[in-house]
Write a protein that binds this ligand. Structure first.
Ligand SMILES: [Zn+2]
Length: 493
């Protein structure tokens, strides 16, 4: 159980000059932790430690101020730790297994949502909180039914079962659900033609499809603002129609707080900046900085609420790292290089790539990239991307595995942001916490212990079943479920 070492223990060790013994023990904090009424978990999906560092560097260089994260790291009322993101079968999770570890306290296989391969479902934390009289909310920039929010209220043998996850939310009566993914709720798009959004309305939910409708909604709310994922921030703010129709993560967060704050027994709210991870898979520096700063803007609003409220714990972290972005080089006077160039991008790779896909002439390719990013590729760089755009192993030697990586790789020569790959990685992630109970998140914290900590704050205890990796593999082999994850690299998840 020595998964957490207090800051006091580490400092004591350093001063005394001792090396190993104190680190093995669990130094205790004398005063009992205070308990919050409300719990807010904020997740920047795929935010490895370098991401908020780089976003702050951008903020300092271009916006002339320290980022919200950089301010939080220096705040007197915040504590900090690192999260160990491992799951049942290894050090590198996908978002489904990672969120399930938070949402059920059990380590499972990648690809499953609170489930063992034999169909055993675990009890998600939102149900336990609802049964205790609390309100619950899930807010994301992915589809509302994406793996991370699903991990707190749903259970299915494959994260790809987003239609099932929508029904889980309905049955679990999550009070506030916001994000994209309308196609998993609407009869016109669902494979079974079931009108799940209509079923929410029948249960008394307001179903909001725009910022205006969201701001007017009362009581329980299902907010669906896009058919799939919501747009990257760089696309949202550069497309007036999108900005009007699609609330920012900060706006969704503020509305969620408005809807949940009156709860007598308190509330649990999970807020996810989901597309930091997607930008990392795509090796898209402009998109990752934009979405990270949009997430931090939501953090700012939530911290303001929590600091005024005084009964609210806010935990800010990530489920895993992704892509390995790092600023490789940047001179302060270098106004025409590196991070200084990012504001010239008016679209994400997700929007740009389709515009480039049929261009075979390098000069035309260069012109189109320049038009939308302000970056002028060299002829060799354009040829490299054109040559490799359908390849998973670039020029036969580079072990990247995603169509976007070629563009990301050549753009890195201009933006000075390098990448280690296009998939998830095993880096520990930052944790910052503010409010009653924050002390529980100092040191190195194993992901699945969030579940018991959150429950304990509300005087609850619940232990889900656990499973060995051997048994899980045996079950998976027997059930032939979720084989999609075997041998597949974690790209676009
Ligand atoms: Zn991912």
């Amino acid at each position: 159980m020595a998964d957490r070492i207090s800051r006091r223990g580490l400092l004591g060790t350093a001063v005394a000059g001792a090396v190993s013994a104190p680190l093995l023990g669990r130094a205790s904090i004398p005063s009992a932790p205070k308990k919050p009424k409300n719990i807010i978990l904020m997740v920047s999906d795929g935010m490895m430690p370098s991401v908020p560092v780089m976003a702050n560097q951008y903020s300092e260089l271009v916006l002339g101020k320290k980022s919200v994260w950089a301010q939080l790291k220096r705040a007197d009322d915040a504590v900090h730790g690192l999260m160990d993101p491992r799951i049942l079968e290894g050090f590198v999770p996908d978002s489904a297994a990672a969120a399930s570890s938070w949402g059920s306290g059990t380590h499972i296989l990648n690809g499953y949502v609170n489930a063992f391969p034999d169909g055993t479902f675990l009890t998600p934390i939102c149900r336990l909180f609802r049964q205790a009289g609390m309100k619950t909310g899930l807010v994301t920039t992915a589809s509302a039914t994406h793996a991370t929010p699903a991990g707190f209220a749903a259970y299915t043998i494959s994260r790809r079962g987003e239609e099932e996850i929508a029904v889980c939310y309905l049955n679990e009566e999550v009070d506030v659900v916001m994000g994209g993914g309308s196609k998993f709720f609407d009869a016109s798009a669902r494979s079974d033609k079931r009108d799940v959004s209509g079923d929410f309305a029948k249960k008394g939910y307001a179903v909001a499809r725009s910022t205006k409708a969201l701001k007017a909604a009362k009581g329980r709310v299902l907010g669906l603002f896009a058919e799939n994922q919501t747009p990257y921030e760089v696309d949202r703010v550069n497309t007036p129609a999108l900005e009007e129709q699609m609330p920012s993560l900060r706006e969704m967060s503020v509305e969620a707080l408005r809807l949940l704050k009156g709860s007598k027994e308190g509330f649990f709210l999970m807020i996810e900046g989901a597309r930091v991870d997607h930008a990392a898979h795509n090796n898209d520096a402009a998109a990752i900085v934009g979405d990270q700063l949009a997430f931090e803007s939501a953090v700012e609003a939530v911290l303001e609420f929590a600091r005024n409220n005084g009964e609210t714990l806010v935990v800010v972290t990530s489920d895993h790292g992704c892509g390995g972005p790092t600023l490789n080089y940047q001179l302060f006077p270098g106004k025409d290089t590196g991070l200084y160039l990012l504001p010239k991008s008016t679209m994400s790779f997700e929007v740009l790539l389709p515009l480039l896909k049929d261009i075979t002439n390098p000069d035309d390719y260069i012109a189109k990239v320049t038009e939308h990013t302000g970056v002028t590729l060299t002829a060799e760089q354009a040829k490299f991307v054109i040559r490799n755009r359908d390849e998973k192993i670039l020029d036969g030697v580079t072990q990247y595995s995603y169509q976007y990586a070629g563009l990301g790789m050549v753009m890195s020569r201009h933006w000075n942001v390098g990448w280690t790959g296009t998939s998830h990685n095993g880096d520990y992630t930052w944790i910052s916490a503010v409010g009653p109970g924050k002390e529980q998140f100092e040191g190195i914290v194993l992901n699945r212990t969030f579940f018991e900590k959150f429950l304990a704050f509300k005087g609850l205890k619940f232990v889900n079943p656990s499973i060995s990796v051997e048994e899980a593999y045996r079950q998976r082999e027997a059930a032939k479920t979720s084989a999609w994850m075997v041998g597949e690299e974690m790209v676009g998840l």
